[in-house]
Design a protein around this ligand. Structure first.
Ligand code: NAD
Length: 461
């Protein structure tokens, strides 16, 4: 067997890396006291990462996928325990989805032109060290998903995770570096600080080695990243409406909506947050929602619920990502475990409808016709351009709403999570760049385009 130069280099790197493995595993596996130490380690790791072959990067990614599947339950349990949000079975599914459907090196492609004047390629090169800010709603899911994409592009990543999910985030960072070392890659391909704060976030954003920042979270963090003077990928807040017209299969629409809205207790930013329904099918829709575990509340209970989850108009984080039974108990209503969602009818301006709650509370707004429905749904999305969903068999209505709402995600006749590749085609991501327009991010999003030109040669036509 003839061993090429690239293979020899990979073998040498693997041996060197294995020699360093003991030292690295005895240390922090990506966890540092200060942001400066974290970034320095990431810079060193990126040099090794960029020198690896694509095959070498892919081996690391495959091992991250394997470890994520093996640790899906442990990550889910810790995530729920630490943040008090979401539920274990759905978080297990989310981790498996990330492991199986986040694109790796196959997403790094080349464009070529060849002709009389030679050959020109456009390649996707690494940015280098990327800064990433992650939410508490999908903490380890986002960290693992971001890392797979970023290292596929030859980058390494410095995380400033949400402080409320730091233990879960550390577990994810440890898992990633362990997987890399085992696969012959460097340690510290993903790093973080043990105590992330606004200050460490600021240090990360201002560090000269960080050229690209990916922010996944609410409006505050996205605005802050976009004001940093660096290139920013802004994956911000949503308030996805789901529109149901009178051509829809109403029973299926109700089932899909309740399934999507209650997934991980409504934490995903893409999840159905309110319904706009044609008035001639609203009663039927509500009937079928109740058949699927929805609990209908009246006006008095809506007032109580508003004071509970939006006291003084501000989101009460104690109820974010909690299940319907827990939330109803907060207003003195005991229900069986089969109740999955709280529903009510209201105007679009109702605070429980207009605000992004991230709880299984679903207001239903009646609409006269498609014009009225589109106007209400577009207003409710607040210009986030994030996600919207629709149940209909009328292609004109579907097209009109799709154009008017102009969101990164538009799901038709399915639960919202099919947009993440769960029961729908396509890849998975937990960073949906709604504000900056990259849409569903993947490895290619985290690269820069580089043109390589060979004039007057290599055209063999
Ligand atoms: P959050 O905005 O409270 O926190 C997100 C991250 O940003 C955390 O790491 C936090 O510490 C940091 N942060 C917050 N304000 C900051 C600022 N001014 N400067 C620097 N860092 C700051 O959000 P969360 O509660 O963790 O997550 C839920 C929110 O994120 C929802 O609005 C949801 O829609 C959104 N989200 C969006 C996506 C997406 O892909 N578009 C994915 C998940 C969550």
């Amino acid at each position: 067997m003839v061993v090429g130069e690239r293979e020899i280099r990979d073998i040498v790197l693997e041996v060197v890396s294995k020699l360093k493995q003991e030292e690295a595993t005895a240390g922090s596996l990506g966890i540092f006291e200060t942001m400066k130490e974290a970034i320095d380690a990431s810079i060193a790791a990126q040099k090794v990462m960029h020198s690896l072959s694509m095959d070498g990067r892919e081996k690391i990614i495959q091992n991250i996928r394997k470890h994520t599947i093996e640790k899906a339950e442990a990550l889910a349990v810790l995530g729920v325990e630490e943040t008090g949000m979401g539920n274990v079975p759905h978080k297990i599914l989310k981790h498996k989805l990330v492991a199986e459907k986040t694109p790796g090196t196959e997403d790094i492609t080349t464009t070529a032109w060849s002709g009389d004047r030679g050959l020109t390629l456009v390649e996707m090169g690494p940015f280098g060290v990327i800064g990433a800010i992650t939410p508490c709603t999908n903490p380890s899911e986002t960290i693992i998903c971001n890392t797979i994409g970023m290292i596929a592009g030859g980058n390494t990543v410095v995380f400033n995770p949400h402080p409320a999910a730091i233990k879960t985030s550390i577990m994810a960072v440890n898992l990633i570096n362990q997987a890399s070392l085992e696969a012959g890659g460097p340690g510290n391909i993903a790093v973080t600080v043990s105590k992330p704060t606004m200050e460490t976030s600021d240090q990360m954003m201002k560090h000269p080695a960080i050229g690209l920042i990916a922010a996944t979270g609410g409006p505050g963090v996205v605005t802050s990243v976009l004001s940093s003077g660096k290139r920013g990928i802004g994956a911000g807040a949503g308030n996805p409406p789901v529109l149901v017209d009178d051509t829809a299969d109403v029973a299926k629409a109700a089932e899909d909506i309740i399934n999507g809205c209650t997934f991980d207790n409504n934490l995903p930013c893409i999840a159905e947050k309110e319904v706009v329904a044609f008035e001639n099918i609203t009663d039927e829709l509500i009937y079928h929602m109740k058949e699927n575990g929805a609990y209908l509340i009246g006006e008095e209970q809506q007032l109580q619920l508003t004071s509970l989850v939006l006291p003084d108009g501000k989101l009460n984080r104690k109820y974010v990502g909690k299940n319907a039974k827990y939330i109803l108990a907060g207003i003195g209503i005991e229900v069986p475990d089969t109740v999955r969602c709280i529903i009510f009818e209201g105007r679009k301006e109702h605070p429980l409808i207009a605000e992004e709650l991230m709880m299984p509370i679903l207001g239903v707004v009646r609409a006269r016709d498609i014009d009225d429905a589109i106007e209400k749904a577009v207003w409710l999305e607040h210009g986030n351009r994030h996600s919207a969903h629709m149940h209909s068999k009328n292609i004109d209505n579907l097209t009109r709403f799709g154009k008017a709402i102009d969101t990164a995600i538009f799901v038709k006749n399915a639960p919202s999570y099919s947009a993440l590749g769960f029961g729908g085609e396509g890849f998975c991501t937990f960073t949906i760049a709604s504000r900056t327009g990259e849409g569903l991010t993947s490895a290619s999003t985290f690269t820069k385009r580089r043109r390589c030109v060979m004039a007057d040669s290599f055209c063999v036509r």
